[in-house]
Each structure stands twice: as C-alpha cells, then as structure tokens.
Design a protein around this ligand. Structure first.
Ligand code: ARG
Length: 244
C-alpha cells in the first residue's frame, strides 16, 4: 500500500509537471502566394520579406514564433477568433479594417499598380478597361480599386499567380496588384518580356502587422521592435534585399 501510494504520488507529480503552463508560441499567419513578401521556395519553405521581418522582430522583442500558411480569403477571421496571433501577410492598413483588427505601425509603402501585356500600348490607366475583364486577388485593396469602376468586370482570384496566367491567355486584360509583387512577377522567367507595369501606383497604402483587436500588449512589443529595426537600419536592409 505504501509502495502504491508512493507510485501514485510520483505519477501525480509527473502529470502535474506536464500540465504546467508552457510558454506558448505565437502563431504568425501568412498567405504564401505573394512574392517577394511571403512565398514558397523550390523546396516549399516559406521565405520573403515578411518572414525575415518577423524573425528579426521575434529576436528583438524576445517572442517565440511559428509560421502558419493560410489562404488569404478568411485570413482575418483567424486572428479575431484566436486561431493565430499575428498576420504578417502584406496587409494594407485601411480605415475599414481598423474597425475590426489592430495594426502595427506601417512598414512598407505598396500602392496598387496596373499590369498589362507588353504588346498593349494603348491602355495606361484602370478606367481604360471599362467594359473589359480585370483581375485582382479576392478581397484585397487591388480588388477594391477595380470595384470602384462599375463598368469593369472584376475577376477575383484566390491566388494572384493565376491572374497572371489569365493575363497571358487574355482571359483578363489587366491585373491590379501591390507594386512590390507586380515588380517581382514581371521579372519571373515565365512572364518576363510578356507583361509590364503601366502608369504610376494608383493608391498610396502601407503594410502593417495585424493583431486581434485590443491585444495592446503584443502590439506594443511589435511596434517597439519595428522602431528598433527602423533605427538600426535592419528594415532598410530587408527592403534592399527583397524589394529591388
Ligand atoms: N495589400 C493587399 C491588401 O491588403 C493585398 C495583400 C495580399 N497578401 C497576400 N499575402 N496575399 O488587401
């Protein structure tokens, strides 16, 4: 009996130590279809500006993080219901989004730009595409720009890569997308020489990291980290690495 009690005690202690609260990793969600910001390399590892930025921030703010790939459509719900803690996915800070989530300080300027076939030497602005099909990623600031012109038919894509395929196939006649991403696609061997940027960015917009509305503790850490990375030149270094 004594022996049994002893074993029970040991078992209880083991169980108790397992149940002790572990430092929880913060989950960082990304839609990894958005080069050079967040995308998969040939070995399917997630790389990009936002990955480097989050790793640098984690080190700076002493956060333990892990990355999670999610689809863009519905990405905001997951931070609201606590499935993940941070979205680092080229999310533009907008007044409307600020009603339902909190944003860090801005870290990259990324206006929307028009991408067309190189052979197109007539159209130079979005309104030129009235009565025609234009592609954008679903529920993005790009699709919002297209929606503003009622005469244009928006084709909304889950994965922006498919909109560029459709541009080559002429299923859409233009794509509206964040400038850094457009700049990357026109250099991609599959599209190089066939598609081009036209005009200046049509919006002025900035990326921010997203946390659940009211998570001030985490937001303060991210902003403090961003400040350090701005002051010590790391942010500029990342821009030079990924956005040229
Ligand atoms: N900046 C745009 C927006 O916030 C597009 C972001 C899409 N991001 C992505 N990783 N697919 O609406």
């Amino acid at each position: 009996m004594k022996k049994f009690l002893g074993m029970a005690l040991v078992a209880t202690l083991i169980l108790a130590s397992c149940a002790a609260p572990q430092a929880k990793k913060l989950v960082v969600a990304q839609d990894t279809t958005f080069p050079p910001m967040e995308f998969l390399d040939d070995s399917k590892a997630t790389i990009g500006f936002d990955v480097d930025l989050m790793n640098a921030l984690a080190q700076e703010a002493k956060l333990d993080i892990e990355f999670k790939s999610v689809s863009w459509d519905g990405i905001f719900a997951g931070v609201q219901n606590g499935t993940y803690d941070i979205i680092a996915s080229s999310v533009t800070i907008t007044e409307e989004r600020k009603q339902t989530m909190d944003f860090s300080d801005p870290y990259v300027n990324a206006g929307q730009i028009l991408v067309v076939l190189t052979e197109n030497d007539k159209d130079t602005k979005l309104s030129d595409f009235a009565g025609r099909n234009v592609g954008a990623q679903v529920n993005t600031t790009g699709s919002m720009e297209v929606d503003k012109i009622k005469e244009i038919t928006l084709k909304a894509y889950d994965d922006i890569a498919l909109s560029f395929d459709d541009l080559l196939n002429k299923r859409v006649e233009a794509v509206v997308i964040d400038t850094p991403v457009a700049a990357m696609y026109i250099k991609n061997p599959k599209f190089a020489g066939k598609i081009k940027l036209v005009g200046d960015p049509m919006t002025d917009e900035f990326y921010g990291l997203v946390v659940k509305k009211g998570n001030k503790e985490l937001l303060d850490k991210l902003n403090a980290g961003l400040k350090v990375l701005t002051e010590n030149g790391k942010l500029e270094e990342l821009k030079a690495k990924w956005l040229k």
